[in-house]
Structures are given as C-alpha cells and as structure tokens.
Design a protein around this ligand. Structure first.
Ligand code: CP
Length: 327
C-alpha cells in the first residue's frame, strides 16, 4: 500500500479511514458528511465557473465497467477531467478477457500503466472488495450486483440535503424493487446513519423479509405510506436481476406502485421525488411526475458529478503525491 507523504491538501483533513470506497456500510456518519461537504463545495463552484481544478493533475483514473451505464461512467470520467486527471475507459468487450485473462490480471496490467484509481462496476457482488485486496490502487465501487452503489447514495443524500437543508428527522420512502437494488442498500446505510427514517415500500416479493433489522419500516401499500414521506426515491424494476416472475404483470405493478399525478396530489405538498435512473416512464412513474415540480431527477445527475469529484479527490489523499508532483 502506498503511503501518503508530503504536505496534504486541505480536503485531506477528512476522517475517511480507508483508501477505497466500497460501500456506505463501511463509512461513519462523519465520513459521509465530509464527502457531502466537499461535494457541496464542488457543486457551488461548478455553478459559478467551468475552470478546472488541478487537484488530480498527474493522476490516472481507469473506469472498468462490466455492466451498462450512462450516468455513473460518464460522470466519473467527467469528474476526473474536471480535476485535471487523465482518464481511460476499459471495456470488457474486445479486451483480452475473451482470451482467458483473469479480471485481477487485467486490473494489474492497468495498474502497471500507472492507474491511481480504479472505478469498477460489476454484476457480481463483492468484486470491488476482491479487487481492492489485489491491487495497490484506490478502488471505487460504481455498483456491484445488488450489493452497493455508494456514489449513487451519496448523490441522493446531497440532493436531499440541498433541497431540504437537512437529512436528520426526514422520512424517506424507497419505492419498488428493493430486493434487487444496490441503490436501496446504499441509501439505507447512508440515510439511517444521517438520522432519517426509511420506509421500504413495494410488493412483498420485491421487499426482502427481515429488513426491519436494518432500522427500516417495511410497507406494501404505497397510498398509506405516501402522505408520511418527505422524500420518495423511485427505484427501477431490475428485470435483469430477477430470475422468476415476482409480480403478475407490469400493468398490475404500475396500478399499485407507479407514481402518478393522482398519487402526487395525496403526497406532502413539498415532497421531493428522486429516481436514480434509468427511469422507465409509464412503469415506475408517469412522464408528468418525472418532469413535474417535485422531481429532482436531473439535479441528482448534476450532484453526481460533484460527489464523484469529491470522492476522487479525497481518495487521492490516501495514494501519495502524483508522479509528476501535481497537486
Ligand atoms: N443511476 C445509475 O447508476 O445510472 P447508470 O446505470 O446509467 O450509471
């Protein structure tokens, strides 16, 4: 493991103990808040200026995405560029994985090219942790199966905090396919650590049994839950992770769980609507609700850039000085 030497930048005062970001389960409330504070700084700065920071000058960030992505991959890449890092996408298709090279050997070869940070998305839970055990670079989990998606939850937290000024004491409903959602798991860790009440709402087949143990309330009737929520985070039905029909039809799912204008009228007047994306209009929410006045869906995307800048920057405080003396 590389040791940090030389003078540290101001943001290195974070109490973040690890050199990796594998999940919010591992972070303390203070660590989460320090990331959000730094992301807030980047969000405010980006609103005023497009001028690049030099914080990651001389660093190399690799994106290794073994699943499809629009938001996460592009915003990690853009975040690295905004901090003056060199970035490179690695795609499994067309790589030597098809010739039998292992995932770890692939990562080690990218590291031999100078990677400081490996951002990884993979369908298998635990892959980022496995990678972190085998490389010297910092590893960021960009989504591992149904396990965790920490930067998505951080951007959700930042969006809530910017809109509501606080997270402590809020009631947040996570709606839909909880069972297959890494976003749900990371949100549960983050929201409960920051003092929110979390209600998991969906059909019984999509809400795992026993999750009350994580400090959440479990509910199956959206119309009962909605008037209590300050925030509703609408999760996508993850058909790609379902191996059996878990509800009779999309039409029936939508009848009971889709966010419609009628349901919005019964919600709190100032409730905030989130959705991690991609959204399926007409399945989890109607187009009017997705584009309506309660929706912060595109704010989430903007805040995602600020969160990823904060995460990349704070991880470099663990990886030592850049090779060419950047920072
Ligand atoms: N929310 C999210 O992770 O989106 P992508 O799959 O497009 O990265």
């Amino acid at each position: 493991m590389r040791r940090s030497i030389g003078s540290k930048p101001a943001h290195a005062e974070t109490p973040w103990r690890d050199k990796h970001l594998l999940g919010l389960e591992d972070l303390s409330r203070g660590e989460i808040e320090s990331i959000l504070d730094r992301a807030e700084h980047h969000a405010n700065r980006s609103a005023q200026s497009r001028e690049k920071s030099q914080a990651l000058k001389g660093r190399i960030v690799f994106n290794l995405f073994f699943e499809s992505s629009t938001r996460t991959r592009t915003s990690f890449s853009l975040a690295a560029k905004r901090l003056s890092a060199d970035t490179q996408d690695f795609s499994p298709s067309g790589s030597s994985l098809s010739k039998g090279e292992s995932f770890i050997d692939t990562a080690r070869n990218l590291e031999a090219m100078g990677a400081d940070i490996l951002v990884v998305r993979h369908p298998t839970p635990g892959t980022p942790k496995l990678l972190a055990e085998h490389v010297a670079s910092a590893v960021v989990n960009a989504g591992d199966g149904a396990h965790e998606h920490p930067t998505q939850a951080l951007l959700d937290l930042l969006t809530i905090r910017r809109a509501k000024k606080t997270i402590e004491g809020l009631t947040v409903g996570l709606l839909g396919d909880i069972a297959h959602s890494r976003v749900a798991r990371s949100n549960i860790w983050g929201l409960t650590k920051l003092g929110a009440k979390v209600i998991l709402c969906g059909p019984p087949t999509l809400v795992p049994r026993g999750w009350e143990r994580l400090g959440c309330e479990v509910a199956h009737h959206l119309d009962d839950v909605l008037p209590r929520c300050d925030v509703v985070n609408v999760l996508r039905i993850q058909f790609e992770r379902q191996h059996a029909g878990l509800f009779p039809s999309i039409g029936e799912y939508s009848h009971f769980y889709m966010m419609t204008q009628e349901r919005v009228k019964r919600a709190r007047p100032d409730f905030l609507l989130l959705a991690p994306g991609p959204i399926n209009r007409g399945v989890e929410l109607t187009p009017e609700v997705a584009d309506g006045r309660h929706s912060a869906i595109l704010d989430q995307v903007s805040n995602g850039l600020a969160v990823r800048m904060a995460v990349l920057e704070m991880l470099t405080s663990h990886t030592g000085p850049a090779r060419d003396g950047g920072e």
